[in-house]
Design a protein around this ligand. Structure first.
Ligand SMILES: Nc1ncnc2c1ncn2[C@@H]1O[C@H](COP(=O)(O)OP(=O)(O)O)[C@@H](O)[C@H]1O
Ligand SMILES: [Mg+2]
Length: 381
């Protein structure tokens, strides 16, 4: 039985579809994240699971119980859904103490006083806020308020924890700390979690599984490494990191025993081998995802030989036109005629602006998508 089961849910606001047909099964104990740009329907989807928004079509079940069925007019209110929710704004009540904030869901459920005491203390201990119980909720830092919001969401031992961008109001350092606290807490409690964020790095760091959304639909549903290394579309690839998306055409296909295909591809002034999830017909226009951190760079000297591997990947020649020191890495932009390639390298290495260079990427570190690249995007640093 899935902890959360969603079938074909959608939601319109006026004439615009915020969510346009989503299917999802979340297994018990899984940490699943909706990832996508602002306005793609993440919050609306989460609010429909929580019961704070009605789905216009489809069904939602939590722990095997149908909580919403648009066609049958069935709608279970939020407090009866067995889901704890944490909002971006925390929604901590300022006029209450920390204890009363966390105890609130238990009091709404008319739990006996002694049990309220015991469970509230336990939830506060879980988020390491025990000593703050009698403090006014306004006398807390952002990180502490976030912990209180999490304690309040888990205090009634819900089947599912729903979190909407809970870390986005924290500064960068605290955000990273809370990120690992949150993952640790989720694993300790083993609680099924549905998380929403527009931050791809946060999604990768936290999740067992990422649902990439765009315009109210799911683009890809996979584990973080698949989303990053084997994106299903150019849009997914471009949303995760700042990859080079290079326009190419298939010259020749070669299937590999492990299901990965190596294709000979050519583009403006180059040709080489690249990797794809399946064979693609010769002559097809494709996009090749080349991550800046996998591009190897060497100065172009008269005696430097071209690489001559069996499947030589892709090589370009060009000139460094931009060099950005970023502390932990250095990013170069290399002008290779019709193609501009971003290269990410250790920051203590340096290649001067104006230097002529040879770039190469091994075939197994590329990823071909069966979509033409209309305009080669000028990759961003
Ligand atoms: N209550 C509402 N009334 C009208 N439009 C809304 C409402 N809530 C969300 N929307 C619209 O629905 C779309 C999806 O919003 P939302 O789910 O909040 O996206 P996300 O959380 O991914 O940023 C957006 O275009 C947003 O403007
Ligand atoms: Mg949102």
């Amino acid at each position: 039985m899935s902890a959360v089961s969603i079938r074909n849910i959608s939601r319109r606001f006026g004439s615009a579809a915020a969510v346009a047909g989503i299917d999802l099964d979340v297994e018990e104990g899984q940490f699943v994240t909706f990832l996508g740009p602002s306005g793609c329907g993440k919050t609306t989807t989460l609010r429909m699971i929580a019961g704070l928004e009605r789905n216009d079509s489809g069904t939602i079940a939590i722990a095997g119980q149908t909580v919403s069925d648009a066609q049958r007019g069935l709608f279970v209110p939020p407090e009866k859904r067995n889901a704890g929710m944490v909002f971006q704004s925390y929604a901590i009540w300022p006029h209450m103490t920390v204890f009363d904030n966390v105890a609130y869901p238990l009091r709404v459920r008319r739990m006996a006083g002694a049990e309220v005491q015991q469970r509230t203390q336990e939830a506060l201990r879980t988020v390491e806020m025990g000593p703050y119980a009698e403090r006014s909720a306004t006398a807390l830092s952002g990180g502490q308020q976030q912990r209180v919001a999490i304690a309040r969401a888990i205090v009634f031992a819900p089947k599912v924890l729903l979190l909407d961008e809970p870390l986005s109001n924290l500064d960068a350092r605290l955000r990273e700390q809370m990120r690992s606290e949150l993952r640790g807490l989720q694993q300790r409690l083993g609680i099924t979690t549905v998380y929403v964020t527009h931050d791809q790095e946060e999604a990768m760091a936290l999740s067992d599984r990422i649902i990439v959304m765009s315009k109210g639909r799911i683009l890809q549903d996979a584990d973080p490494e698949s989303v990053y290394f084997r994106p299903s579309t150019v849009e997914v690839a471009a949303f995760c990191g700042s990859p080079n998306i290079v326009a190419g055409r298939v010259l020749r296909s070669q299937a590999s025993p492990d299901g990965i295909s190596y294709l000979q591809v050519a583009g403006a002034g180059w040709q080489g081998w690249a990797r794809a999830g399946a064979a693609i017909a010769e002559g097809s226009e494709v996009s090749i995802v080349v991550r800046p951190e996998y591009v190897e760079i060497s100065p172009m000297t008269a005696d430097a030989p071209e690489r001559s591997d069996e499947r030589p990947g892709i090589q370009w020649q060009g000139q460094v036109v931009e060099n950005m020191f970023r502390g932990f890495r250095r990013t170069l932009r290399v002008d290779c005629g019709a193609t501009r390639i971003l290269v990410d390298m250790p920051a203590d290495l340096d290649v001067a602006k104006g230097q002529k260079v040879r770039l190469s990427v091994p075939a197994e570190r590329t990823w071909i998508l069966k979509e033409p690249t209309a305009n080669e995007p000028a990759a961003r640093i």
